[in-house]
Design a protein around this ligand. Structure first.
Ligand SMILES: [Cu+2]
Length: 144
C-alpha cells in the first residue's frame, strides 16, 4: 500500500468515526422529566406543554392522606362529566393511567410515556375517583 493510499484510508476512517460519534451525541437527550404532585384536592405538574413523539418520564407522588389515581385524558368542556362515566369508559379514554392501587398516601410511581399523536379536545391531568375530579383534581395540559 502506498503512503498516499494509506493516509487516504486513515482520513476516511477518521471521518466515519466522527460521523458515528456525531449521531450518537444527538441521541443522548434522555426522556424529559415531569414531576406530578397529587393531594386533596389538586393535581400539579411541572410540565403542562407536551410534544408528540417525545419521551416523557413521569414521577408521580401522592402527597395526600388518601389514595389517588393519575390519568391523562380528554374531558368534556365544562369538565363535570366524570361522574356518569364507567371505569371502562375512563380507562378506554385515558392516554396514560396509574391506578389508585399503586398510589396510596406517600407513594411515588415513575412511568415513561410518549404521546404518539396530537389529540382533539380538552386534555387534562385527572384523578377520577368518586368526587375527586369535582373537588378539584384536574388541571389542563396541551399536546402540540
Ligand atoms: Cu384523587
Amino acid at each position: 500500500m502506498s503512503y498516499a493510499k494509506f493516509y487516504g484510508f486513515l482520513i476516511a476512517a477518521t471521518m466515519l468515526f466522527l460521523a458515528a460519534c456525531g449521531g450518537k451525541t444527538a441521541d443522548t437527550n434522555g426522556p424529559v422529566e415531569v414531576k406530578v404532585r397529587l393531594g386533596e384536592f389538586f393535581v400539579e405538574s411541572s410540565v403542562t406543554e407536551f410534544k408528540p413523539n417525545v419521551q416523557y418520564h413521569f414521577i408521580v407522588t401522592n402527597e395526600g392522606v388518601v389514595p389517588h389515581e393519575f390519568m391523562i385524558m380528554p374531558v368534556e368542556m365544562g369538565g363535570m362529566g366524570m361522574g356518569g362515566m364507567s371505569m371502562e369508559e375512563k380507562d378506554a379514554r385515558a392516554f396514560m393511567m396509574i391506578p389508585e392501587e399503586d398510589l396510596p398516601p406517600g407513594a411515588t410511581v415513575e412511568m415513561d410515556y410518549t404521546f404518539t399523536s396530537v389529540p382533539e379536545g380538552n386534555i387534562e391531568f385527572v384523578c377520577a375517583l368518586p368526587g375527586h375530579f369535582e373537588a378539584g383534581m384536574h388541571s389542563p395540559l396541551t399536546i402540540k
